[in-house]
Design a protein around this ligand. Structure first.
Ligand code: SIN
Length: 312
């Protein structure tokens, strides 16, 4: 276990950035995301995202076109092939749970790692909040990597793992998908191999890149050894010191860097309703580069590097 230094509130000329934990999560105030956000403010938000891995915004009643327009400022958007999209805006993924449809996103994961190029990040708006509960938890997988024993790092740096989508396959089958349709999905989304530890393409930071929802095995390892190592690595996301927890209000937004953190949607509100819309930005193929320096996008040292002290 390692612990990190704390940080303070930062004010730029436009936005206020209030950390929600020592290493992950910041509340952003001073910007209305329904407007055409200026390029310099987008750059500040992007830098805050790299530093804090997930950003929170309150009172942002974005309609789907506004939600899409803000998200597009960070990259091209994806359409989820297995889950329900908005009827007029397929890039808006509808995530709705109620008495008949309990939540199932209560497993630590980063999004769509069954894709060859998993997402850069997602912008999630929760429009209907249950009376209590329904929080989302986020885990800093860079801090989790830093906290691993050196002997474990040596074993997993450079290893690769196979990813798949068994939960989606199960749900599609339960909803009536035929074997032929499932075989088509398997052909279109063949299992990718991703590095177990990835290098962040913008900051150079290393993070744990296996997750409980989608990672199946470490390629080339004995099944028991692979399972034991995946369990150890995936358990790190559940460590409170690496986490922050967001309590939703109607029209709150969470914008996470999918390359740096994992998330878990607490399904503690059944039988109440929780309704969310997610827009997901396409990312790139993960890689591991032991020599990549840790920097900000302008080449300056990454401001998110914390001084870690080993605890006795
Ligand atoms: C997700 O896993 O993308 C959904 C998270 C949430 O509903 O809080």
């Amino acid at each position: 276990m390692t612990i990190a230094e704390t940080s303070t509130i930062t004010e730029t000329s436009t936005i206020t950035i209030t950390p929600q934990s020592p290493t992950i999560g910041a509340l952003i105030e001073g910007v209305d995301l329904r407007e055409d956000v200026r390029d310099d403010v987008v750059a500040e938000i992007r830098e805050a995202l790299l530093r804090w891995k997930v950003l929170f915004f309150r009172d942002q009643d974005l309609d789907p076109p506004e939600h899409l327009a803000f998200s597009r400022k960070f990259g091209e958007l994806e359409v989820h092939p297995f889950a329900a999209g908005h009827p007029e805006h397929p890039e808006v993924l509808m995530i709705s749970h109620d008495a008949e449809h309990p939540g199932f996103e209560n497993v630590w994961h980063s999004d769509v790692t069954w894709r060859l190029a998993p997402s850069l990040g997602s912008v999630l708006k929760v429009s209907q909040v249950p009376p209590i509960g329904g929080d989302t938890l986020f885990a800093d997988m860079g801090a989790a990597y830093d906290g691993l024993p050196e002997s474990v790092k040596e074993r997993v740096d450079g290893a690769v793992a196979r990813h798949d989508f068994p939960g989606f396959r199960r749900r599609m089958k339960a909803n009536g998908a035929t074997d032929e349709q499932l075989a088509d999905f398997d052909r279109e989304y063949p299992n990718p191999h991703h590095p177990v530890i990835r290098t962040h393409p913008e900051t150079g930071r290393r993070s744990i890149n296996v997750n409980a929802a989608f990672t199946q095995e470490i390629v080339g390892w004995e099944p028991e050894t692979s399972r034991a190592m995946l369990d150890l690595l995936q358990r790190q996301a559940a460590t409170p010191e690496y986490q922050c927890r967001f309590r939703w209000e109607p029209n709150s937004i969470a914008f996470w860097d999918n390359r740096a953190c994992q998330h878990y949607a607490s399904s503690d509100y059944h039988p109440h309703t929780r309704t969310a819309q997610r827009v997901t930005i396409i990312g790139d193929e993960p890689y591991f580069d032991p020599d990549q320096p840790v920097t900000m996008t302008d080449g300056s040292p990454f401001k998110g590097v914390v001084e870690l002290r080993a605890q006795a």
